[in-house]
Ligand binder design. Sequence first.
Ligand code: FES
Ligand SMILES: [Fe+2]
Length: 415
Amino acid sequence: MLTREENMLLTRTGPGTAMGAVVRHYWIPALLSEELPEQDCAPLRVRLLGEDLVAFRDSTGAVGLLDRYCAHRGASLFFGRNEESGLRCVYHGWKFDTTGACVDMPNEPAESSFKDRIRLKSYPCQERGGIIWAYMGSAQPVPSLPDFEWAVVPEAQRCVSKRLQECNYLQALEGGVDLSHIAFLHRNLDPGRDARDQTLTRGDTRPTFEVVDTDYGLLIAARRNADADRFYWRISQWIMPWYTMFPPLVDTGIGGHAFVPIDDESCWVYNMTWDPSGPLGAVGDGIYGELLPGTYRSRANRDNDFLLDRAAQRTVSYTGIPGFAAQDGAVQESMGLIADRGRERLGSTDVPVVALRRRLLHAVQMLRANEELPGLEPASQRVRPAALLLPRAIPFQDGAGALLRAQTDNYAMRV
Ligand code: FES
Ligand SMILES: [Fe+2]
């Protein structure tokens, strides 16, 4: 349970907010690279951390992320002409480059130097791992680009997508660290279709959690009874400020998410699947779900009750909702646009959620004390989740060992 003040603190990320200041110290996934597919393509409206922006790819292929509203009299640059390495406002022709500099002002006298004094807010962008990353902070030096394994493996070993979720980022992120819901929300009622890991997961619905503070965030282990001699461990990471990694459950490849605030009442759920050992096989429906054509909104969404099918709920799946993504979206959006955490009754399997909030609140204090925030060092991001059976006497960190590090070529070793 959180106080009203703590809930406000954790869930607000707009300009001038405490958590907004924390997350602006990190590179932020702003778009998928595929959304700006070529030089001089159509500009896009972007809303990120409550800020209205416009993104465009210029004639050299560089990406600009600018204040959406023209510095002259505020027309939206979404309507702009993307031409000759700049975005030109269609109202009076002012033109801005990717740094926000005004490079042409065709409605002013040719000898005027007015344009040299005009600059639009702009955020530096870089591309890696199929993502256009933006740095929205003011810290110097700017941190290194994220070095997550999924972002740096060859393209054939990775799948990245995103979907809209119409609620605050924190309740989506909390779902990402809440490993006990898998045995319920994502349960398949047809045992013939279960993969080994899913059978083990639903075989014990009362996992015991061990949560370890790390230099990137949290290492979260869920321990389930497997047989008389062994435990089944599912080990995940939460990396500041909103990344999770989780071991395979049904599909091939390791899974990950990023829960990025659009504003306080909606977020992008980025999905990543990767195979460190070679080309990625078919990732299936799993965490992706079907999108409405031409959008990143799920076909199963709040307007159609996430395609809830009561007959399927009795026979096929625990929810009657198709696919992990829609199942997560349904329950998390159903908690309200910003969940009221003053009404919760937390139990023993909510330990990771409590730890997540504690670390995020602590990050706010760290920033106020001018301390270095966790998870900014690329070396700290080189982690990997694991699922394995271990003799009961072996502590999970000893048993998993190098499987939890991404720097060695050890994925084939997985148990
Ligand atoms: S409002 Fe953009 S050029 Fe005038
Ligand atoms: Fe889930």
